[in-house]
Design a protein around this ligand. Structure first.
Ligand code: ADP
Ligand code: MG
Length: 629
């Protein structure tokens, strides 16, 4: 048996380091959080080689007093923890006083820092947990941490790192959430010399969303704002074209903190159903403010999971507020615009991982970002936060930007910093287009193209309406309405005898109430039969035997006959009965479809989420034909 020995500080340090900094993105997160704790209004993160070779976090915060610099690198040393009682809340915020110690234990760290009012700053060098030197240094106010050769003395950790591009993507994910959570702070992320993100820090969430997603996406997102059930919800939701193939572009912030929550995701998805295509997820950036005692954040700081005291209340509040935000007056309010004259097609992403599954969000989403528009230039903040030796301006380039052109535009914008504000994408807040507001504008039905798209001249637009999608929407809505109003069931003139198995009989007994709720009234009748006195109406048709068996089957499997089930049954029927694309329709039928679409104020997508109306403006056509520039 070996004797029990105390582990050396070095070993303890490395073990703890592995928990706190398992990859460069975790180190970035810790350092940026420190910058925010220090009251910084501008934070620059620069990485090389995905962050493992080099990472720098520079802020314009309070700085670290010379007498504290040694302590800062000590384990369990913090300026933030005051009493033991605060520990519970403190733990969730990640104040554990071990980030710097952990990072320094497995890297070569240089900290340059100066506090306000001090003429000179200090430079401290710590390698592998050893404080090698502390000296005077000339540096701007604030703090800069440079971390080189992360895991140089932890080969196992090093081996677990992914390719630099992937690690850079994880860092970008962290920065994306930082930017979206703190619109009041100007963040900049530079990876291998290129600016990936640069947020304005003007306090507007809109500007933060712009910095991440670009103007095209922002324009297509809907603003959400309101309160219900004791929570305040603010942010943006992307429906229609901005639907994404995974949930990774859903960001929720609860009381300012980024958290994942399946509950919130489903609430948003429920609200946006039929407004994104099947298989797509709405993108969103949503800030929820609510009393702290209503939220239970898992104490493990990396799990980012959350529980609510009142789950149903939170879920329905979010669903209702989002649904309100995306409601349109009618199908013509925001037709999907067709753009013919885009100057440059979106650039391919500079880095795309083959493995989409494992690929970090930020990397993947670059695919969707539009062509660079370097608007978020904050020359002043920039100058303030660049360390003296690094003051040479780095051109502001979205990583997917055509380089030369962008540099030129950057210069122009720098001369006139107000330019980006004027050009700021306020579109998301614009009044919806004034279609059919009060008086009805004349609509000229031109005909159909390919027996599929109804062409309409309407105001200054050429509208294209998918005949199948519209009919499907109209049928679906009508069936849902009819079902809802007739759910009490249709009394039968003569009771209907249906034979049932013993198992079915049992299920029937146990679920009498829920059967009645959907319109079945059923009595036992002898050994192997039941008598049915009333049946539910679905789409105007009385539902009898087959439907009863189907419902009993579902109940037997422990599943309720849910609203979702009902919806999908109706959807299938609607789809089956709708006129098809390619079917020639008479002018009367076309006119009827369009009129009903407008008058019934239908949701502007078919029940599967495909758009009903695409619009081509006269201006677009005129530009294409070079009538105007
Ligand atoms: P914690 O953040 O839990 O206090 P850290 O190890 O992350 O622990 O940091 C230790 C201490 O170093 C902090 O409490 C703070 O006083 C100081 N510090 C770290 N980074 C900065 C910074 N960027 N600006 C000012 N002070 C900092
Ligand atoms: Mg910290």
């Amino acid at each position: 048996m070996n004797r029990i020995l105390r582990l050396s500080d070095e070993v303890i340090g490395k073990i703890a380091a592995g928990e706190v900094v398992e990859r460069p993105s975790a180190a970035v997160k810790e350092l940026v959080e420190n910058s925010l704790d220090a009251g910084a209004s501008a934070v620059t993160v620069e990485i090389r080689g995905g962050g493992a070779d080099y990472l720098r976090v520079t802020d314009n915060g309070s700085g670290i007093p010379a007498q504290d610099i040694r302590m800062a690198f000590e384990r369990h040393a913090t300026s933030k923890l005051v009493t033991a009682q605060q520990l519970a809340s403190v733990a969730t915020l990640g104040f554990r006083g071990e980030a710097l110690a952990s990072i320094a234990a497995v890297a070569r760290v240089t900290c340059t820092t100066r506090t306000a009012g001090n003429e000179t700053g200090i430079r401290a060098v710590n390698e592998g947990g050893q404080l090698l030197s502390v000296s005077e240094a000339a540096c701007p106010e604030g703090t800069s941490f440079v971390v080189r050769d992360l895991f140089f003395n932890a080969p196992v950790r090093l081996k677990f790192l992914k390719k630099p591009g992937t690690e850079a993507g994880y860092v970008a994910d962290v920065m994306m959430r930082m930017i979206l959570s703190r619109p009041d702070v100007s963040f900049r992320l530079i990876s291998d010399g290129k600016t990936v993100y640069h947020s304005a820090g003007d306090g507007k969430l809109e500007s933060a969303v712009f910095a991440i997603y670009g103007s095209e996406m922002l324009r297509s997102m809907r603003k959400v704002e309101g309160n219900e059930n004791g929570l305040v919800l603010k942010g943006y939701v992307g429906i229609g074209e901005s639907g994404r193939s995974s949930r990774s572009n859903q960001s929720f912030f609860i009381n300012g903190r980024y958290l994942r929550s399946p509950l919130l995701s489903s609430a948003v998805e429920e609200a946006c159903r039929e407004r994104v295509m099947i298989g797509k997820y709405p993108a969103c950036v949503l800030h929820i403010t609510m009393p702290y005692e209503q939220v239970d954040v898992n104490v493990h700081p990396n799990k980012l999971e959350v529980r609510f005291a009142n789950e149903a209340g939170v879920s329905s509040a979010v669903e209702n507020l989002v649904r309100d935000a995306i409601r349109d007056r009618d199908a013509l309010e925001r037709p999907v615009p067709m753009i013919l004259t885009e100057e440059a097609a979106p650039k391919a992403p500079s880095v795309v991982t083959k493995d989409r599954e494992a690929a970090p969000v930020a990397q993947v989403q670059r695919v969707f970002r539009e062509e660079a528009s370097p608007k978020a230039v904050l020359a002043e903040a920039e100058a303030a936060q660049q360390p003296a030796e690094e003051k040479a301006p780095i051109p502001i380039v979205r990583s997917d930007a055509p380089q030369a052109e962008t540099a030129a535009r950057t210069v122009a914008l720098r001369e006139e910093p107000a330019a980006w504000q004027a050009a700021a994408p306020l579109a998301a807040e614009q009044e919806p287009m004034p279609f059919l507001k009060e008086e009805k504008k004349p609509m000229k039905i031109i005909g159909t193209a390919f027996n599929t798209y109804i062409l309409i001249e309407y105001e200054n637009q050429l509208l294209m309406v998918d005949q199948h999608a519209v009919h499907e929407r109209l049928l679906f809505d009508e069936m849902m309405r009819r079902y809802d109003t007739q759910s009490a069931g249709q009394q039968l003139l003569f009771p209907l005898l249906v034979s049932v198995t013993r198992r079915e009989q049992q299920v029937l007994e146990e679920n009498r109430e829920s059967l009645e709720r959907i319109g079945f009234s059923v009595e036992p009748f002898g050994e192997a039969e039941v008598s049915v006195h009333s049946v539910p109406m679905v789409m105007g048709e009385p539902q009898t035997k087959a439907f009863l068996h189907e419902v009993l089957d579902q109940l037997a499997e422990g599943r309720a006959y849910t609203a979702e089930k009902r919806r999908s049954a109706i959807l299938q029927t609607a789809c089956k009965h709708a006129v098809k694309g390619g079917e020639a329709l008479s002018e009367d039928v076309l006119r009827d479809l369009v009129t009903r679409m407008v008058e019934q104020r239908v949701t502007p997508t078919c029940p599967h989420g495909r758009p009903l109306v695409v619009s081509l403006t006269r201006t677009e056509l005129d530009k294409k034909f070079r009538r105007i520039q």
